[in-house]
Design a binder for this molecule. Structure first.
Ligand SMILES: CC(C)(COP(=O)(O)OP(=O)(O)OC[C@H]1O[C@@H](n2cnc3c(N)ncnc32)[C@H](O)[C@@H]1OP(=O)(O)O)[C@@H](O)C(=O)NCCC(=O)NCCS
Length: 166
């Protein structure tokens, strides 16, 4: 059975485990590296995990299959644009891809966003990550690179948060 839960205070080890698994499995998808993540202190993991466990600006969601964590996604409010959030750290374990798990995870993120006054969600996809691009477009995101201040070839996608999620 698939269950999706917001990370809670004190679950830094779970967060660390999921980040390390995703960085090791899909280094092409993220700007940070497995090696740099390995060097982070326990306090650094705890501070980041706990900052998303409460409040209305950040949330990390973990997907469990029969109590084993198999996916992660986080939403962070953008400081200078109060109603815009960035979905980051999105990863589903390879054996659970193509099964609707990523869609369910994104639904959880959008539902939380809708309840917490986000109007738009953006995502940045690294160049060549065609599978993620296909997934986000299928989910209703559209390309909006003009709002990016990044000069790389990353693709910025946006989707409005609709009331259907509230
Ligand atoms: C991105 C991710 C969460 C999407 O979840 P998913 O379960 O793979 O998504 P889906 O299978 O529903 O959608 C992906 C689409 O790409 C297609 N696809 C599969 N392999 C592909 C490939 N090598 N190249 C291009 N498209 C591919 C799938 O068939 C599917 O399209 P379809 O529904 O029309 O058949 C997951 O692939 C993942 O964790 N990837 C590694 C981490 C990552 O890239 N994260 C995104 C960071 S922005």
């Amino acid at each position: 059975m698939i269950v999706i839960k917001r990370i809670q205070i004190g679950e830094a080890d779970l967060f660390k485990r999921m980040r390390l698994e995703s960085l090791r499995d899909a280094p092409y998808a993220f700007s940070s590296t497995y090696e740099s993540a390995l060097r982070r202190s326990a306090e650094s993991w705890q501070e980041q995990a706990d900052s998303t466990a409460q409040g209305t600006d950040r949330a990390t969601y973990i997907v469990f299959s029969d109590n084993s964590p198999i996916g992660i996604a986080a939403l962070y409010r953008i400081a200078r644009q109060a109603d815009v959030g960035e979905v980051i750290q999105v990863w589903v374990a390879p054996e659970y891809r193509g099964k609707g798990v990523a869609r369910d995870l994104m639904d959880a993120v959008f539902k939380w966003a809708s309840k917490n006054r986000f109007h738009t969600i953006q995502a940045t996809i690294t160049e060549g990550n065609t599978r993620a691009l296909k997934f986000y477009r299928k989910y209703g995101f559209t390309i909006a690179n003009e709002i990016s201040v990044d000069s790389s070839d990353d693709i910025v996608l946006v989707r409005e948060v609709e009331s259907e999620f509230s």
